[in-house]
Ligand binder design. Structure first.
Ligand SMILES: NC(=O)c1ccc[n+]([C@@H]2O[C@H](COP(=O)([O-])OP(=O)(O)OC[C@H]3O[C@@H](n4cnc5c(N)ncnc54)[C@H](OP(=O)(O)O)[C@@H]3O)[C@@H](O)[C@H]2O)c1
Length: 317
């Protein structure tokens, strides 16, 4: 039996607590979806610790406002915004092409949840296209920059894949990822995309460990943000009860950013890769009837390798 990675932190810990005494001067970090919700708190904590932070956002004006807000609250003059629409592979390619120099940390944070049926022009289901394909292409496009940073600095470069306990609700349905044969169901689509976020960490660890790149996934907790835009509180409640979960212990956005920041920059998890964290500690296996822990389908190395191949093939098509 393997021992889980633990830290002194918990569900109540904030991102600032995690980085107390950590100096990130000289580190270059990208946070996707960094203009809102958990992303802006993640970016602010990393900037406050001295990192140069780029908010990768689909609404550039909102990104610039968020960058100005972070500069005001942290006094950091190294917070930037750059356009990125994860649902648009051309936009991802443009972002990658515009990135110059090494990259120490990529925080794949952006996402949408339980959206009504929407498709990209290629016909890809929108949650999978955004939450997984967009981040898959971004991380692969920035792989060289991440490897370059790992070569030039002690320690490892890191990729942080923000998943969710919702991953418990679905493995990857390889025969019908895009809901072409089965009726569209918003929560199953979200769950599948969040499983993909964990499987990405598993397979990227295998492929990129030799390049000095660590990749981990996490559940941030339940935080009231723009993520719930497509669902009422009643529906959230119904969904949670149906899956056997207790009422959520809502976290503040600062607490919600803590596990992302831990995996992005804390020395406590240096060398850790391919794991799933929640509440700042590695999660154990999910116990049926609970909403905690990680599902075996999300850590399955065969599914991880298959998803990587399918993703490459889909993006190349
Ligand atoms: N909040 C929770 O309770 C919770 C629980 C579990 C997991 N999570 C995960 O935490 C992450 C952050 O969520 P949040 O709660 O902070 O939600 P949020 O406030 O809605 O933030 C999500 C961000 O993703 C951005 N985004 C959406 N689609 C995009 C696209 N196509 N291209 C680029 N950016 C896009 C949004 O940009 P716009 O502002 O332009 O829409 C927004 O900035 C997500 O991955 C989510 O699945 C959250």
């Amino acid at each position: 039996m393997t021992t889980l990675v633990t830290t002194p932190f918990s569900a109540q810990t904030t991102a600032a607590d995690v980085l107390a005494g950590v100096d990130l001067t000289g580190q270059r970090i990208i946070v996707t979806g960094g203009a809102a919700g958990i992303g802006i708190e993640t970016a602010a904590a990393l900037a406050a610790a001295g990192a140069e932070v780029t908010l990768a956002v689909r609404n550039l004006q909102a990104g610039q406002q968020a960058a100005a807000q972070i500069t005001e609250t942290t006094s950091s003059k190294q917070v930037f915004a750059a356009p990125l629409d994860l649902a648009d592979q051309g936009s991802v390619a443009d972002f990658v092409a515009a990135w110059d120099g090494p990259l120490d940390v990529l925080v794949n944070n952006a996402g949408l949840m339980a959206a009504p049926e929407m498709r990209t022009p290629q016909g890809w289901e929108m949650q999978f296209a955004t939450n997984h394909f967009g981040h898959f292409a971004l991380a692969n496009g920035l792989h060289r920059a991440l490897a370059a940073a790992a070569r030039h600095a002690p320690g490892q470069s890191r990729v942080v894949s923000v998943s969710s306990s919702a991953h418990l609700g679905s493995s990857i349905v390889f025969d019908d990822i895009h809901f072409r044969q089965r009726p569209y169901e918003p929560w199953s689509a979200y769950a599948q995309s969040k499983t993909a976020n964990v499987l990405f960490a598993v397979e990227a660890t295998k492929r990129w460990a030799a390049d000095g790149i660590a990749v981990n996934a996490l559940m941030p907790g339940a935080i009231r943000t723009g993520l719930q835009r497509y669902v009422s509180d009643d529906e959230l409640d119904r969904m949670r009860k149906a899956s056997g979960g207790a009422a959520p212990n809502w976290k503040t956005p600062q607490q919600g950013a803590a596990t992302s920041v831990l995996l992005a920059a804390s020395p406590l998890v240096e060398g850790v890769s391919g794991k799933y964290f929640e509440d700042c500690n590695e999660a154990g296996p999910n116990q049926p009837g609970t909403r905690r822990g990680v599902a075996p389908h999300a850590l399955d190395p065969e599914a991880a390798a298959r998803l990587w191949d399918v993703s490459e093939q889909t993006l190349a098509s």
